[in-house]
Design a protein around this ligand. Structure first.
Ligand SMILES: Nc1ncnc2c1ncn2[C@@H]1O[C@H](COP(=O)(O)OP(=O)(O)OP(=O)(O)O)[C@@H](O)[C@H]1O
Ligand SMILES: [Mg+2]
Length: 367
């Protein structure tokens, strides 16, 4: 692949501009449409394909098809906080056809930014990520790879979208699965083989994961949102202190909603303030070692933070009551209108209006 290369679908052509990422399976390019809109093109990684035998290329094709099929369903059913799939095409690589995805372009991923410095935005980000996972689960899948690089942010820092759906598996608590995920974000059941784990056909371990596995990774993201630190690289004691520091910082940035007293410690409850109590309780539920005790659904999680989420819908208007100052304001408005009317009919004022010559409009614009 090279910058300037044209990728065609039945609907449009796209010109590759720059490679922005290369993962285990695919490479991701910034591209432009004919009218210069930015899009993202995701295709199999050439380097990765060259490393494996040709007989294994079909895994790469299937990975992309899993993603395409999920995104097509998600666009239909409910695409809340899920990246938009704009187009799909096929290109030839050494005589084999591979699909490529054309995606809406977002600004950055959450690895390249700090968490928001105010509580309202933290909760909004958390809500959007939870909703995205809720959509994945509602469509019958478990995601298993929630991490900061798979969550994208728009240029205003307001809208978040989940990406990277090639490794989706059906959400079936009675099945065992091959290992999947990214170590720093894995739930215990993602790296601890299930007891009946060794498959009959080969010696690979199997893992008992389901949609609740995603809630553990969501807990790690929530931890990062409130502390600004990743949970795993540091010892728990340091993390607790950071959590506290961040809560105190939030308390200072939002005086009307104090969060916690600085002499309290994380998970040493009960905390006095209702929000820190709820956030701590929610983190404990999400990060529970036993997936059976984690929340059931996105709705169960969102219910717990609902009272603190700033409503995005306009508030219902109250029935109007006429007060004396309303009449005063109306009279002032009428008076202003009257003065304006008198002013606009004076000859001096009319004099600055230019006459409109229709023949001027018909003349061609000089080069
Ligand atoms: N729509 C998009 N807009 C902007 N950047 C994107 C978009 N899609 C992907 N990226 C960038 O490319 C990176 C890799 O994308 P993606 O996770 O889909 O590929 P991947 O090959 O499956 O990655 P990995 O195997 O590393 O998880 C993302 O972390 C993000 O930085
Ligand atoms: Mg990824």
């Amino acid at each position: 692949m090279y910058s300037g290369q044209i990728f065609k679908t039945t609907q449009a052509s796209y010109r590759l501009k720059a490679k922005i990422a290369e993962g285990g399976y695919s490479e991701v390019w910034l591209a432009t449409t004919r009218n210069w809109s930015k899009v993202i093109i995701k295709m199999p990684s050439l380097k990765a394909l060259q490393r494996v035998a040709r007989s294994e290329w079909h895994y790469y094709r299937e990975h992309l098809w899993t993603e395409i099929e999920f995104l097509q369903r998600a666009q239909h059913d409910a695409r809340e906080s899920i990246i938009e799939l704009l187009d799909v095409g096929s290109y030839d690589l050494e005589g084999e056809a591979f699909p490529f995805l054309v995606l809406e372009s977002m600004e950055t991923n959450l690895c390249h930014c700090s968490p928001p410095d105010n509580l309202a935005t933290i909760l909004s980000w958390f809500q959007q990520i939870t909703q995205a996972l809720g959509t994945v689960h509602r469509l019958g899948y478990q995601y298993r790879d929630l991490k900061r690089s798979n969550i994208l942010l728009d240029a205003n820092g307001e809208i978040l979208k989940l990406i990277d759906f090639g490794a989706l598996q059906p959400d079936d608590p009675n099945r065992l699965y091959a290992m999947a995920g990214t170590s720093a974000y894995m739930a215990p059941e993602q790296f601890t083989p299930a007891s009946s784990a060794v498959s009959q056909t080969n010696s690979q371990y199997r893992y008992a994961t389901d949609r609740r596995t995603d809630w553990y990774s969501l807990g790690l993201i929530l931890f990062w949102l409130v502390t600004g630190e990743d949970y795993h690289p540091e010892s728990p004691q340091q993390d607790r202190q950071r959590f506290m520091d961040r809560l105190v910082h939030l308390q200072n940035s939002d005086n009307t909603r104090p969060l916690v007293n600085s002499d309290q410690t994380w998970f040493a409850g009960p905390m006095l303030n209702p929000l820190s109590t709820h956030l701590t309780a929610l983190l404990e539920q999400l990060l529970a070692k036993d997936r059976e005790t984690r929340p059931e659904s996105a709705e169960d999680i969102l219910k717990q933070i609902q009272p603190w989420i700033t409503p995005t819908l306009p508030k219902p208007t109250k029935p109007s009551i006429v007060r004396p100052w309303h009449i005063g304001l109306a009279m002032l408005f009428l008076l202003t209108l009257l003065i304006n009317q008198v002013w606009s009919t004076t000859p001096e004022h009319n004099a600055i209006e230019l006459p409109l010559d229709a023949s001027l409009l018909a003349q061609p614009i000089p080069d």
